[in-house]
Design a protein around this ligand. Structure first.
Ligand SMILES: *Cc1c(COP(=O)(O)O)cnc(C)c1O
Length: 495
């Protein structure tokens, strides 16, 4: 299938978009149409395995052959720590927690970033080029590690990650700076996530930087959640959840479910919207934010305003004021009017704000209901859910859980809810322990041990081992010198 830019300037095969990342006009690639899901087919796949289902969904977008794509998915998810890949944990009152946390880096980013490198390699082979791909990524905490874990030692690729210094959790930082692999690099940026993300966008837009990378033999691409190759594997788990609940008799034929998604860059929840457009009976999409609640305000008022204080929270992967993937949603909501999208995005980059016409708002609100949780409310949810159900949630998942409760009490809508769990609690042991006990243990491994004793849960091996691993990456840069850091790294990488 073909994909087109939200800004109207480019249309290419979906597989090429995986290599290119962002469109040449600065827009994001979206499918030219939404291919319909055959629910019977999906149900049969879901009964076989997650990878079969994922292969089916990938084959609706990428011209690589269904068998090959299923094999690709099997290899992508082979390292997950549970045979069902994406467990659906039932909670009282028709709620299911969809655990996207069982991959090598313990965050939902693995769902897409174990697939993306394999798709990249398949695309390079199909194109029959001599190109080498340099993946550049800004991370709010989880993307960086998950992308490096995915691309490590994948031939003809190299990956360089920027994270905001002091903007990620300590375990997240340790996961990154201890990353092995000859083709991986990491550097801190002085600033917050939006600074790092803007810096990476500028590198992509800079002819000097692109030329310098090209003359070293590398074509820059992005593994950020704007990459179309990340979006499709995310659609798969919403299709899977619905098909699996149907197959298990937990849902009746045609019954609708709601989904509640802890949201930052709007990639995860956008995938749920795409699944809905492909025919999955999804009702309301509940958009959950932390105190960086720019999306809550947007879905209530229709005006987006990034000009506000940036809060550092215990759910750092959602500490985002510029939600990139919202552009794809707006494109659909305005009837695919790329001139309108261009005008909004220009206003956003020049003034930090834009507003959609009042007549667009009701249709948006029918699809999306948005709210946010304060830090105190988030801690309270972690405590309540553990004390009443014995289930330990990380702060991001707790934000979704709290907003799910707010949604249900505000609307009375009791349809089944799929609440998305995006990280393992041991990535944030100090905050989770603090939520349960009110005491703060500064040293993260001591906090993890205490959390384990208190809750009777296991410290995941990926966390326990971090204490022994040597730090391999200690660079720090300013936003203006990010390009130099990348070029120095390329000088060291073997092709
Ligand atoms: C990235 C991330 C999110 C936000 O997902 P988006 O697709 O950016 O909206 C939420 N929780 C965790 C743990 C994440 O890593």
């Amino acid at each position: 299938m073909k994909v087109q830019s939200t800004r109207g300037g480019q249309e290419i095969p979906a597989l090429n978009a995986v290599l290119q990342g962002i469109a040449s006009d600065g827009g994001l690639f979206v499918p030219e149409t939404f291919p319909p899901i055959d629910l019977d087919e999906a149900k049969q796949c879901a009964e076989k395995s997650y990878s079969d289902l994922c292969g089916y969904v990938l084959s609706l977008f990428f011209d690589l052959g269904r068998e090959d794509l299923s094999a690709l998915a099997r290899s992508a998810y082979a390292g997950f720590d549970t045979p069902d890949t994406v467990p659906l944990r039932p909670l009282p009152e028709n709620e299911y927690v969809m655990e996207l946390t069982h991959g090598p880096t313990l965050a939902f980013k693995d769902m897409a970033l174990q697939v993306l490198p394999r798709l990249t390699q398949a695309a390079l082979e199909k194109e029959d080029t001599e190109e080498n791909i340099l993946v550049l990524t800004a991370t709010s905490g989880d993307t960086g590690k998950a992308a490096m874990a995915g691309f490590m030692d994948v031939s003809r690729t190299a990956i360089f990650v920027f994270y905001p210094d002091k903007g990620v959790a300590e375990m997240q930082r340790l996961q990154m700076v201890t990353q092995k692999g000859d083709n991986t690099g990491v550097c801190a940026v002085r600033g917050n996530f939006d600074d790092a993300q803007t810096g990476v966008k500028r590198l992509f837009a800079s002819p000097q930087f692109r030329d310098a990378a090209r003359s070293a033999g590398w074509t820059p691409s992005s593994a950020n959640s704007i990459n179309f190759g990340r979006l499709v594997p995310q659609i798969a788990y919403y299709v899977y959840a619905y098909a699996k609940l149907l197959a298990d008799g937990k849902l009746g034929d045609g019954e609708t479910v709601n989904c509640c998604v802890p949201t930052g860059n709007f990639g995860n929840i956008l995938a749920a919207y795409y699944a809905r457009r492909m025919g999955i009976p999804i009702g309301r999409l509940v958009c959950a934010s932390n105190s960086n609640n720019v999306l809550t305000d947007f879905f209530r008022s229709g005006s987006y305003n990034a000009g506000r204080p940036f809060h550092k929270t215990m759910s750092p992967s959602m500490d985002i004021l510029i939600s990139s993937n919202l552009e794809r949603f707006l494109y659909e909501m305005c009837g695919r009017d790329s001139a309108m999208v261009r005008a909004w995005m220009q206003a956003l980059s020049e003034t930090g704000t834009y507003a959609v016409p009042a007549d667009m708002l009701p249709a948006m609100q029918e699809l999306i209901w948005a709210d946010w949780l304060s830090e105190e409310e988030t801690a309270q949810i972690i405590r309540d859910v553990f004390n009443s159900l014995g289930y330990l949630m990380d702060p991001h998942t707790a934000v979704a859980q709290g907003v799910c409760l707010k949604y249900r009490s505000a609307t009375g809508d009791r349809r089944p809810m799929i609440t998305v769990s995006t990280a393992n609690p041991y990535k944030f042991p100090q905050d989770v322990l603090h939520a349960l006990t009110d005491s703060w243990v500064e040293e993260p491994f001591a906090a993890a041990r205490e959390l384990s004793e208190l809750t009777g849960t296991q410290i995941p091996p990926q966390i326990a081992e971090l204490q022994q691993l040597p730090v391999l990456h200690d660079g720090v840069t300013d936003r203006d010198t990010m390009g130099d850091a990348v070029l120095r790294f390329l000088g060291r990488v073997k092709k």
